[in-house]
Design a protein around this ligand. Structure first.
Ligand code: SF4
Ligand code: SF4
Length: 265
C-alpha cells in the first residue's frame, strides 16, 4: 500500500503552475484587452459609454481621437465586451501587474487603431529578471483596509498547492514588525485609515507598499462614498499597484514578483 502511494506520487505529473505560465496570467479576471486593429472611433465611443467606472474614456479631437483605458479603475464587469464588435476581449495576459499607477493606463489613436503610449513592461524580460531574484525571502503583512473580502479570498488562494507562494520564499506574517511588504486591499474606510497609518509606521524600513484590487488602486466601486477616506495612496505612500476586482492569485503573484524585480533594478 505505502509503496503504491510512493510510486504514484513519484510518477504523477506536477500540477504546480510554472513561473512562465504564472507571469502576467490574467485569465478569469475579465480585465479587457483591446484589439487595436478592430478599433474605430464609433466603437470607442460605445464602449466608453458602456463602462460604469470611467475606466474607459474617449477624448475627441479632429486630428486624433483617443481611447484611454485605466486598468486601475476597471472592475472587470465585462460591459465593454458586447458593444465592441470584437475590439475588446477578456485579457488572458497582462503586463501591467505590480507597476506604477501611470503604467496602468493605456491609450489608442482610434482613427489609426495604433497604441499611442504604453509603459507596459515586456513579459519575457520581466520573467528573466524575476528568475534572478527568486529564492530571496520576502515577508508580507496583508492589511484589509475595508475590502469586501473578495481580494482576501484570492490572496488566500496564493498559498494553495497550485500556486504555492512559499516556493518563491514569500511568506505572510502576522506582525508588521516582521514585514518587508504591506499588501493592502480595500478602498480605505474612515475606520481603517488610522489603523493603516499605524501599520505603515510599525513596519521597519526599507519597506514596500503594494495596493491590490480596484478598490485599493482607485476606490473601485466604493470611490466617492462618504464612508471612504480615499485611495490607499492618499493615506500611505504606495510603491506598486495590482489592478483587478478581485485580482486573481496569478495576477497577485505576478505583481508581487514584478515588484521584487523592480527593487532589484
Ligand atoms: S470591464 Fe467594465 S469596468 Fe472594465 S473597462 Fe470594461 S466596462 Fe469598464
Ligand atoms: S477590488 Fe473588488 S474584490 Fe477587491 S475589495 Fe474591492 S470590490 Fe472587493
Amino acid at each position: 500500500m505505502i509503496f503504491d502511494l510512493v510510486h504514484r506520487s513519484l510518477t504523477s505529473r506536477s500540477v504546480l503552475v510554472s513561473v512562465d505560465e504564472l507571469l502576467g496570467n490574467a485569465a478569469g479576471s475579465r480585465m479587457p484587452e483591446v484589439e487595436s486593429a478592430k478599433l474605430t472611433p464609433a466603437i470607442a465611443r460605445r464602449i466608453a459609454i458602456a463602462c460604469p467606472t470611467s475606466a474607459l474614456t474617449t477624448t475627441e479631437s479632429v486630428d486624433r481621437p483617443v481611447l484611454t483605458l485605466d486598468y486601475g479603475e476597471c472592475t472587470g464587469c465585462g460591459r465593454c465586451f458586447e458593444p465592441s464588435d470584437g475590439a475588446v476581449t477578456p485579457a488572458t495576459r497582462l503586463a501591467c501587474l505590480g507597476v506604477s499607477r501611470q503604467a496602468l493606463v493605456r491609450q489608442w489613436d482610434t482613427s489609426s487603431g495604433e497604441e499611442i503610449r504604453s509603459e507596459m513592461p515586456s513579459l519575457p524580460e520581466t520573467a528573466r529578471e524575476i528568475r534572478r531574484v527568486l529564492g530571496r525571502a520576502l515577508n508580507i503583512r496583508q492589511v484589509d483596509a475595508g475590502s469586501c473580502n473578495g481580494c482576501e479570498a484570492e490572496i488566500a488562494s496564493m498559498q494553495n498547492p497550485y500556486y504555492d507562494l512559499e516556493r518563491f520564499g514569500i511568506h505572510f506574517v502576522a506582525s508588521p514588525k516582521h514585514a518587508d511588504m504591506l499588501l493592502v486591499t480595500g478602498p480605505v474606510t474612515r475606520n481603517m485609515a488610522e489603523a493603516l497609518k499605524h501599520t505603515y509606521a510599525a513596519t521597519p524600513s526599507p519597506k514596500l507598499v503594494v495596493a491590490a484590487g480596484a478598490c485599493g488602486v482607485s476606490g473601485g466601486i466604493f470611490a466617492g462614498s462618504p464612508e471612504v477616506a480615499g485611495r490607499i495612496d492618499s493615506v500611505v505612500p504606495v510603491d506598486a499597484y495590482i489592478p483587478g476586482c478581485p485580482p486573481t492569485p496569478a495576477m497577485l503573484l505576478s505583481g508581487i514578483l514584478t515588484v521584487l524585480r523592480s527593487v532589484r533594478r
